[in-house]
Design a protein around this ligand. Structure first.
Ligand code: IVH
Length: 675
């Protein structure tokens, strides 16, 4: 084939792969009705990635492979909305809703009234602008007039189309330049998962999915946003800054036709009684949705009537939010129990006299940790107020103190041994949480295996959640060393594992044995020991044995290892069950590393890179600084020693000047490294 013709055929192949992937993404992420097994879908994506890698000139920004792209270099830019994003007035009971309906009818004159009832999703609103069917920009609500450009993060949300096929645009009847507004939310499952991960890293939990969604959309690392699985439901369509078309219910249909996710739980109502029925129904549905709602929104369907009704100060008269009553109730604490989570964290849980709150019976509520118990001053026998907020698990808000509710007397103490495995429980100084430090604790087993097998750790592909659950449930893997004693016979007893996948998995496990010591150290799941610390530990000690026998003082000599990390590592290796596990791993894995002496020229110095450097890429400059013992951080603070500024340096440079941090150029950086 002549090369031009060949190029054309590759281009066609790439185009058709993209179409196919988009189609399956839409089925999966928007319609929640996948037709293809995940593995087959992954094959399509891999094939596209392979072709794109061989023909980078054919990569387009709307390719499904391009969701996670570059990060906004200097924070988010402010953008004015095409039309203000207003908020809604609230109604808290039936009477207030009926009053609103009466006012609407009075002001609407002879117009016949139809309402659209929608769920009020508890997230954060966003405006997405499309030009010629391509996503141009995603902007937060901000103060309603001006928001922040968070496009790089919006692109990572799979329910947001990056581009819409011209045929679909045509079929929807919507002009190719339009704006969609809606709510970004974090589903409950994603929220729980993220909080567990944060706890494992010693970070604070997000209080509820709304805060988590709002916080995530403003994270400056699109790859982190992508991991957090945000979802987007659209509820407004605008063309040239005006609502489109004549009926809101048609706008919902049009957005669906364009490929957006529209919440299926909506209803056209012809009077307020139907609206009230929808509310009653929604309250029952609420528990089963898998995401949080805090009420329902009622909108006048006709745009013409909307225009007649107009706005008050900051809210339209043609819509209202009916807010559910806060879900709380009083009950008595019968006991305080302790649960062990995936990360070994011990959580005190109040066992309550069962109480009916917002549609379900509550008999347990979390007390988070010892600090929280002390803050609340709660004792066993107390009466408490329990709230069901955004968290899946209800929580104790306060102790009820009045004459009818006598105080309890029994003080709760954290157990000294893990209630599951009876190993020692520790509370690292300065931290709120108590933890079981035994890696073999069954409660922690699943988590530690998943961590060990993760791509950035031992990279055992195929060892995902469902497999790990089976392995743990059947006792085939009781700790990470057991992974290396799996064989085909054992694997074939599992569900959904055939000859081929068993062989693949064993191949993956075999491959993992070659990985360097730093990965093994990282894989042990020692608290506070991430990828980078593991690398420093491996380079410093050069072997697992040297690391295992290091004292706290010796550990503190390692780059970036402070007292807290040193303490945690020492404690880990002091636990006999952990030592036994590491001994077993010796047979299978690399226990010897390569000692590397990093330069000391920049020891203890922190750098921030900004702008484009003339000769070095960011990664190269970072490596150079790190090899000389320095540290590179992403943001400027008083602790920064040097800001290395290149061309087009932005707000980081301003910040450096403001804080009086020394600013240098590339040449001076090289000088420092050599010194
Ligand atoms: S309509 C002027 N529809 O609730 C129109 N808002 O309290 C205002 N929300 O800022 C928005 N679900 O963040 C609308 N189906 C829905 C909604 C919804 C959630 C949020 C949105 C808005 C807030 C108003």
């Amino acid at each position: 084939m002549p090369s031009a013709a060949k190029d054309k055929s590759i281009e066609r192949k790439i185009d058709s792969l993209r179409e196919e992937i988009r189609h399956h993404e839409h089925l999966y992420y928007v319609l929640d009705a996948p037709e293809l097994p995940d593995a087959d879908f992954d094959l399509l994506v891999q094939e596209l990635k392979r072709l794109e890698a061989a023909h980078p000139e054919l990569i387009t920004p709307d390719s499904p492979t391009q969701r996670v792209g570059g990060k906004p270099r200097e924070g988010f830019v402010k953008v004015e909305h095409s039309r203000p994003m207003l908020s809604l007035d609230n109604a808290y009971n039936e009477q207030e809703l009926r009053d609103w309906d009466r006012r609407v009818r009075e002001l609407a004159g002879s117009d016949k009234i139809e309402y659209v009832c929608e769920l009020k999703l508890d997230g954060m609103s966003l405006a997405l602008t499309y030009e010629q069917g391509h996503l141009l920009r995603g902007v937060t609500r901000g103060d309603g007039s001006v928001g922040e450009d968070v496009t790089s993060n919006v692109r990572t949300m799979r329910s947001v189309p990056l581009s819409i096929a011209p045929a679909a645009v045509k079929k929807s009847g919507v002009p190719a330049d339009f704006e969609v507004r809606g709510e970004v939310i974090m589903p409950l499952a994603a929220f729980e998962r993220m909080n567990e991960d944060r706890e494992a890293q010693g970070l604070a939990r997000f209080a509820n999915p709304r805060n988590a969604a709002a916080g995530t959309i403003r994270v400056l690392e699109p790859n982190i946003v992508a991991e957090r699985r945000l979802d987007f439901y659209s509820y407004f369509l605008l063309v040239k800054g005006k609502y489109y078309p004549e009926k809101h219910s048609d706008a919902l249909k049009a957005m669906q036709a364009l490929g957006f996710k529209v919440n299926p739980n909506h209803l056209i109502a012809t009077d307020i009684d139907q609206v009230l029925k929808f509310i009653a129904k929604s309250e029952q549905m609420r528990e089963k949705l898998g995401y949080e709602i805090d009420g329902i929104v009622v909108k006048v369907n006709s745009m013409r009537t909307q225009d007649r009704l107009g706005f008050t100060g900051k809210a339209p008269r043609w819509a209202i939010a009916y807010k559910y009553a806060a879900r709380s109730g009083n009950t008595q604490v019968e006991d305080i129990l302790v649960q062990v989570g995936r990360t070994g964290k011990l959580t005190p849980v109040a066992a309550l006299k069962p109480v009916f709150i917002g549609g379900t019976t509550v008999s347990r509520a979390t007390l988070h940790n010892m600090d929280e118990i002390e803050r609340l001053g709660v004792k066993i026998g107390d009466w408490v107020m329990v709230e069901r907020g955004g968290d899946v698990i209800p929580k104790v808000v306060k102790v009820v103190e009045d004459k009818e509710h006598p105080r309890g007397h029994k003080t709760f103490h954290m157990p000294e041994r893990c209630p599951v495995c009876h190993s020692h429980v520790v509370r690292v100084e300065g931290e709120a949480d108590h933890r079981c430090i035994n890696v073999n604790c069954p409660a922690k087993l699943r988590e530690s295996i998943l961590h060990f097998a993760a791509r950035s750790v031992m990279n055992i592909e195929g060892m995902g959640e469902s497999l790990v659950n089976q392995l743990a449930d059947r006792g085939l893997v009781k700790n990470i060393a057991d992974i290396y004693e799996l064989d085909k016979d054992k694997l074939l007893t599992l569900e959904r594992i055939g000859e081929k996948s068993a062989e693949n998995l064993l191949g993956e496990i075999e491959q993992s044995r070659k990985l360097p010591l730093e990965r093994v150290i990282f894989g042990l799941g020692i608290r506070f020991v991430g990828e980078r610390t593991a690398e420093f530990l491996s380079e410093h000690f050069g072997s697992m044995d040297a690391l295992m026998s290091a004292s706290v003082e010796e550990l503190e000599e390692v780059n970036e290892v402070g007292p807290r990390i040193a303490e945690s590592i020492h404690e880990f290796f002091a636990e006999p069950s952990n030592r036994k596990l590491v001994e077993r791993l010796r047979k299978f894995l690399n226990f010897k590393g390569v000692k590397k002496v990093r330069g000391t020229a920049l020891a203890g110095k922190t750098f921030v890179l900004t702008g484009t450097l003339p000769n070095y890429s960011r990664d190269a400059a970072k490596k150079m600084i790190e090899d000389a013992g320095g540290k590179v951080s992403g943001s400027v603070s008083k602790k920064t020693d040097y800001v290395v500024a290149g061309e087009d340096a932005g707000s980081k440079l301003d910040k450096a000047r403001e804080l009086g941090v020394k600013v240098i150029d590339e040449e001076q950086m090289v000088e420092l490294v050599k010194s």
